[in-house]
Design a protein around this ligand. Sequence first.
Ligand SMILES: *Cc1c(COP(=O)(O)O)cnc(C)c1O
Length: 403
Amino acid sequence: MIPFSPPRIDDKIINEVTDALKSGWITTGPKTKLFEKKIASYCNVSYVLAVNSWTTGAELLLYWFGVKEGDEVIVPVYTYCATANIVVHRGAKVIMVDVTSDFGIDISKVEKHITSKTKAIIPVDVGGLPICYDELKEIVNKKAIKEKFNSQSENQQKLGRIMILSDAAHSFGAKYKGLKVGSEVDFTVFSFHAVKNLTTAEGGAICINLPKPFDNAEVYKQLNTLSLHGQNKDALAKTQKGSWEYDVIDAGFKCNMTDILASIGLVEFNRYETETLPVRKRIFKEYSDLLQKYDWATIPHFIDENRESSYHLYLLRIKDITLEERNLIIQKIFNQDVSVNVHYKPLPLLSYYKGLGYNMKDFPIANSLWECEISLPVYFSLTLNQVKEVVSAVVKAVEKVKK
Ligand SMILES: *Cc1c(COP(=O)(O)O)cnc(C)c1O
């Protein structure tokens, strides 16, 4: 069976984790702080906070910004549920926007969804392809849009406009206008979940990139404190002689990354640019070369003059098929011992969001994308022969179903 995306666990990872365990320091400590510094320099920002998942990190940011009941947050309809769930957790309303044919939020439709209640926009780099950040930034910086913004917290007042929080769960290592993503918008949050390009088993990281008058060093400190219950001293600081006393300045979250997980991240990081990305890129290219000749195949878009994907998900689409046919094709691919997946079932199709009244009729592009989408396996140890096997399984399945 060809799996979909197994993690790369080898002796290097095992040794580094063992080193963390043997060091006697297993929670947040030197390895986590080193991991943060490495990500910051790779992503062209001064401060990065490592956390225990994308979800907790991103929700922490909504909390920090003061998003609450009565507010609205704009998200694309085509994403994993986490993007919207964190908005629900804060008591705010999820405003869904349709996407374009490359799976990213349709920026031309964002403006008409902005109201005086809009506090944040969370675009998603689906599959690893960055959205056009500059176009989205232009919208939130428009005079009329800024005038509509109703600040209700100190940080909202300071920013003076809608916050952009990039869901970069897929796009660590992707490029926008020649730079690795991370320094385009206010906050960029990565996921290091087990199936992501770079993993720490579970984990995430926040790139802090606020404009003046914010002091990003200060914001790092605030977020770090908020990730530890609002406690003003972390476990390491408390080990200093006689330094037992601490205060709690807010009812914060508990979402710090541990050194055990950061040790996986450090090994993954050190080989990301030299091994992980080139292999993923080669797999993408091979899939595209092999599938191109079939007129039923829509090849995913992963590079153009401003953007280059992190090659996270190979989002293949099959032309002119129904949802039932897509599902049948997937069954026939699995029957040939190849694992594939679907990214994503749009939010309104999930019972919770359907129950809130969201309806796919309002999102025709997302609907047309999801009905014919099949994600192919991409991972480090997938050989080019296996890529051929995958393609052959897909071709056989499609040709049987389409006849
Ligand atoms: C994986 C994923 C998340 C959630 O990441 P966690 O680290 O598991 O919390 C959020 N958004 C998208 C688009 C994802 O794929």
